[in-house]
Design a protein around this ligand. Structure first.
Ligand code: HEM
Ligand code: HEM
Length: 477
């Protein structure tokens, strides 16, 4: 007898025929009229559960992104979101080529309609939600310097349509896309509640094969009226197989997250190395500040040779670049970010004759290295450091003073992004024969120099950036 195993009636028939006998999947398939339509294809099943797990991650990561981890979390959220978009396009193409198994003929018409409608609504949401997210980050004029990376491997470009728009329209689009993103996500959560409710009702109340045909290892609850012991065993097996599936999904998500964290930690290590480099720099760090050869060109192009100070009798100090570093310390969304600067300095300094001392530093901004490679584009962004138009920054220190605690201060002019402003900082100095070690900390108000003007939300780098300066120099004989 040709038999369908999906319907309630079929289940009843089964109960009568084989009370207490657990049907193996093979026997189910062998007994169905059209095995190809009895359940979803493996590809459809894998995509269904992979996307379901990714959606769970998206809801969590989107709704809990706050504080110092928000930036990294949203970077991951965007990568997973774009992946969902891609998988959904593949899934839809597959679905059009491989129709879903037919619904049980005894299912009421309204339920069939609801089932189809909800499935197509899901597909629409799985496209529209990531697209709205992509629009949100592409249109946002304030964060155009933050790229969307695919798991730190490559950059997913911003959507191109917004470049030509004025800032006000871009802000409008960003706001609308954000609202749509949130609203549709909430809508999908409601749809999911119905979807899961329906799946569980089919499985536990109707006892048909709806859940089984989408979930390998889960069997329809036919024949469940057997001997109590068999029943217990079969329930146990079902729970175990559901559990295994759950563990597999969690393991996949956890493994993905672990890989991401491992990469992030490796990235952080770069930051730590740069920080340590401040105290004990290593020449192995390729991003180490300004190998002399590297900075030679701009330095010889623009730096005075300090010969006038030398003529006046001030000793000339040659920086040992591999032991020195200038590092800007800031943050994005509270997460620390460092910019290791490439520079070259000429120093004429006499601790006993500060009046004739002077220092000139030139920074090669195009070579500055941001600790998070994803933020490197902030260096060229016209709203931020715009290195294409302003490839160098300079500091000319002209006025030194010895302070009561034995440290020194220096004042002069800092030119950054084409703006020159009075600027100074204090430092400690240790001179040991012909070797001098100087450690200082400066504070730069970025707005004074038009860096990130108007970009002052809590997610943006704070207005004040600290600059750690460590300089080791040798007296020129
Ligand atoms: C199916 C995929 C996605 C789902 C389910 C999803 C869901 C969410 C949810 C629930 C939020 C929290 C909304 C709020 O309370 O503000 C959120 C925020 C966000 N999503 Fe998505 N998202 C997805 C894909 C994407 C994609 C592809 C991008 C960008 C390429 C993106 C970018 C963002 C951003 C930037 C936020 C933070 C908005 C803010 O609060 O400033 N999302 N997402
Ligand atoms: C956000 C997560 C989820 C999404 C986006 C989603 C989406 C979908 C879609 C679009 C289909 C239709 C497949 C097609 O015909 O092409 C489907 C089918 C199905 N889903 Fe989900 N689903 C999710 C989570 C779940 C969960 C948690 C369960 C189990 C409790 C589940 C159980 C099922 C079942 C049993 C079917 C087959 C229905 C049938 O045979 O008609 N889904 N799902």
């Amino acid at each position: 007898m040709a038999r369908r195993f999906k319907g309630v009636r079929a289940a009843e028939a089964d109960r009568k025929h084989s009370e207490g006998v657990e049907m193996s999947e093979a026997s189910l398939e062998a007994s169905s009229v059209d095995t190809s339509r009895a359940r979803y294809t493996t590809v459809a099943i894998v995509l269904h559960w992979a996307i379901a797990a990714a959606i769970a991650f998206q809801m969590w990561s989107g709704m809990t992104a706050e504080g110092s981890s928000a930036y990294a979390q949203i970077q991951l959220h965007k990568a997973v979101g774009v992946t969902i978009l891609l998988l959904t396009v593949i899934r839809l193409a597959w679905r059009l080529a491989h129709p879903a198994p037919t619904l049980p003929s005894e299912m009421p018409g309204w339920q069939k309609l609801a089932s189809h409608a909800s499935h197509w609504l899901f597909y629409a949401a799985l496209i529209a939600i990531p697209v709205s997210g992509w629009v949100m980050v592409s249109a946002n004029p304030d964060f155009s310097m933050i790229p969307t990376m695919w798991f730190k491997l490559f950059t997913i470009p911003h959507l191109p349509f917004f470049d030509a728009m004025d800032v006000a329209s871009r802000k409008n689009v960003t706001g609308l896309a954000h609202e749509a993103h949130e609203l549709m996500s909430n809508g999908m959560l409601a749809l999911l509640a119905l979807h899961v409710g329906a799946a569980l009702k089919h499985h536990f109340v109707d006892r048909d094969a709806t859940l089984a045909r989408m979930t390998p290892g889960v069997k329809p609850r036919m024949g469940a009226l057997g001997l109590p012991i068999r029943r217990v065993i079969s329930i146990g097996r079902r729970i175990a197989s559901l559990g295994l599936w759950l563990i597999a999904v969690i393991a996949i998500v956890a493994a993905g997250y672990a890989i991401y964290r491992a990469k992030a930690i490796r990235g952080d290590k770069g930051v730590t190395e740069a920080t340590v480099g401040l105290i004990a720099p290593t020449s192995s760090e390729p991003a180490a500040p300004a190998a002399p050869a590297e900075a030679e060109k701009p330095a010889t192009r623009e730096l005075p040779d300090a010969s006038d100070a030398a003529k006046a009798g001030a000793p000339i100090w040659t920086p040992l670049y591999d032991q020195s570093a200038v590092v800007v310390k800031t943050s994005v969304s509270g997460a620390p970010v460092e910019i290791t600067l490439s520079w070259k300095a000429t120093i004429a300094f006499d601790p006993d004759n500060l009046a004739i001392s002077k220092v000139d530093v030139i920074f090669d901004m195009a070579k500055a290295k941001v600790s998070d490679p994803q933020l490197q584009s902030g260096m060229s962004d016209t709203q931020w450091l715009d290195v294409a138009s302003h490839p160098t920054a300079t500091f000319h220190g002209r006025s030194f003073e010895k302070l009561a605690d034995g440290s020194y201060s220096v004042y002069g002019g800092l030119t950054l992004k084409g703006e020159e402003k009075p600027f100074g900082f204090s430092f400690r100095l240790k001179i040991d024969g012909d070797r001098a070690e100087m450690v200082g900390e400066a504070t730069v108000m970025r707005i004074d120099f038009g860096v990130g003007e108007g970009q002052t939300s809590a997610m943006h780098p704070p207005l004040e950036a600290k600059v750690d300066i460590k300089l080791v120099a040798e007296r020129k004989k």
